[in-house]
Design a protein around this ligand. Structure first.
Ligand code: A2P
Length: 323
């Protein structure tokens, strides 16, 4: 199968990318990007909120300057943060991402979340007063989308998309868009297959990108005070291990192949060179219909979510889900 997915705007997105969330040690991160480029990755998924666009930019510049990779071979994704969720602030944050990435255009730019926080300066990405997050409840998703479309016309963005949107929010964007969203990035994995939301995206021709495709085994619930959740142990699921043994692959490879075989882009995060290599080596085997059905049957619905969201977010009228 092809390693590229054609987006509704005609641009091509590699089906496997390197997820860069939860990676902030600068040396570890630069080594991971280097290892990924060596392993053949051309798609990198970062965000303003991850505060590592500059590190990615440094490694990309090294590879571009040495001629080991051409700009048109790369697919760079970054995202508008909460504090940029107002039409008049989009350009400021977009320019800042371009500067940090040392690029003249971004391949795919997403609204990271459908909610906004108050703006108190470019570097203050989570403005707080005491222990209270300062929400901007006037977020106008349609107006922000129109602003993103302008930057496709200006050439700074090749494709635009959304992340963590609900079905209703998708419908609203579809009503006003001249350029429909090319991609929707949401949590999808074997325990949380997110069927209804996927159907809604697909009905509109919007492609899907799965974050947490391995169930986010590295997530530490301590980072979510006041919340009670258990990180699923997908990689040790007996069905996954059984199928992996049959194909002489790892559980991780089976979980990723399960999604790309449905044309869902995956962005597993790893800083370990062996696992980075492993996660893109999924195009030399195929899951049978029976394998696919067995993994489909592992879906736990909402109970399978490994990303519970931020509890405080329900103070915003566009909060995508309640816990
Ligand atoms: P590490 O960086 O040490 O490889 P997700 O993308 O679902 O959020 O999962 C990311 C987590 O899964 C990270 O903790 C990462 O750790 C780990 N991981 C990434 N690839 C694999 C793999 N092939 N097998 C097992 N664990 C993996």
């Amino acid at each position: 199968m092809s390693q590229l997915l054609t987006l509704p705007d005609g641009n091509k997105m590699p089906l496997v990318g390197l997820g860069m969330w939860q990676t902030d040690d600068p040396t570890e991160l630069e080594n991971a990007v280097d290892a990924a480029l060596e392993a053949g990755y051309r798609h990198f998924d970062t965000a303003t909120l991850y505060k590592n666009e500059d590190k990615l930019g440094n490694v990309l510049k090294k590879w571009l300057d040495s001629g080991r990779v051409k700009r048109e071979e790369l697919f760079i994704v970054t995202k508008l943060p909460w504090t940029a969720m107002a039409p008049e602030r989009v350009e400021l944050f977009l320019n800042s991402s371009l500067r940090k990435l040392q690029l003249s255009y971004i391949d795919l730019y997403l609204m990271h979340w459908p909610i906004g926080l108050q703006f108190r300066g470019e570097e203050d990405l989570v403005p707080m007063e005491g222990d209270k997050i300062l929400y901007d409840t006037s977020t106008d998703l349609e107006a922000i989308w129109k602003e993103l479309e302008k930057h496709v016309e200006s050439g700074k963005l090749k494709s635009i998309g959304i992340s963590n949107f609900t079905e209703k929010q998708i419908e609203r964007i579809m009503k006003v868009s001249k350029i429909p969203p090319a991609s929707h990035q949401v949590e999808i994995h074997a325990y949380f297959q997110n069927r209804k939301l996927r159907e809604c995206s697909e009905k509109h021709g919007i492609t899907l990108c799965a974050y947490g495709p391995l169930g986010s085994p590295g997530r530490d619930p301590k980072g979510f005070p006041g919340m009670n959740f258990v990180v699923p142990n997908l990689l040790q699921d007996p069905v996954i291990l059984d199928i992996a043994t049959k194909h002489r692959k790892t559980g991780g490879q089976v979980l990723l192949r399960f999604l790309v075989q449905q044309n869902v882009v995956v962005i597993p995060k790893s800083t370990n060179p062996q696992r980075i290599q492993q996660n893109i080596s999924i195009f030399d085997f195929e899951l049978s219909t029976v394998d696919m059905r067995r993994i489909e049957a592992l879906d736990k619905g909402d109970a399978g979510r490994s990303f519970p969201g931020f509890p405080d977010m329900r103070n915003h009228p566009e909060c995508p889900w309640f816990l």
